[in-house]
Design a protein around this ligand. Sequence first.
Ligand code: ZN
Length: 357
Amino acid sequence: MRLVCTECGREFSLATRRWRCECGGVFELAERPRFRPEAINAESFSLWRYRAMLPALKEPISLGEGWTPLVPAHAYKREFLAKLEFLAPTGSFKDRGTTVLVSFLRELGVDAVVEDSSGNAAASLAAYCARAKIRCRIFVPAHASAKLAQIRAYGAELIPVEGPRENASLAAQQAAQRSYYASHVYSPLILEGTKTIAYEIWEQLGGRAPEAMLFPTGHGTLLLGAYYGFRDLFDAGLIEKMPALYAVQSQACAPLAKVFHEDLAGLPDVPQGETIAEGIRIRRPVRWRAILKALRETGGSVITVSDDEIIAAQRELAYQGLYVEPTAAVAVAGLREGPGERSIVIPLTGSGLKALS
Ligand SMILES: [Zn+2]
């Protein structure tokens, strides 16, 4: 399996320690495994039931991630199915990608990694590195406070970096020259993990796809993974139509809304406004071109929501017994402007226990 640069087409070994191309482009896998329903391991109740469709790995580093429940819920007088991603081992969907990435790193013999995040991606990476006995260092913005206790509990080293969020990324990328940049944003192996959400939904719906899905969207790793997963099912002739994929962003930081609705040629410079949906407060989504392609191809769109709407959606979910963090309520808030489709699945991405104040 090889990596290919999405900008210049240059190929690299999957074992490279590069996290992006010399030209600045991001990597994707040159070839992806095909979906074969007969290869599902029905005895496994984790995402590793799709092991035959995941990059070849001798021994997965698994904490039982994936195979999350799909339960009925409602908001704004709309019915939908909630995919309870917050029941993952570290409390967020990030574990889907991390299990694949860390399994691969162990196989490569990597003994130390770095990452920049103060949130769910870092907590997930720290947990799986603990399991794999890989040293984990996380560069965090000095002002960040949330979720650090969970990251530290797994034994990861936290390195505070002064200045804006981007400074933590730069510090991690510099440290990566002597380590491995285990980035949820840049590694295409993350998308191989997140694609399994589509396979699961297809199985749970009795071999069907929903008509639409809504995602809280920052860098869009879950939306893109779902796109790949449903494409695999479509290419295998198992679904007749792709679900319409909707990216939901906070009004305070919505670069995808602008580039999509104004049909811009490049990513605009938008402010990184304050929002309670801190998990998707991303000014420059690295794979924005791929996200736009997925939205346009499936007939989806970008919806923006305010903090008040997010809080209302969070409360509405809690009144139904579903306790999620604000970022996870973003997609449900997006139902207000609602897509026209009737059968809708919304992943609830992160646990409310992570955002206790
Ligand atoms: Zn390139």
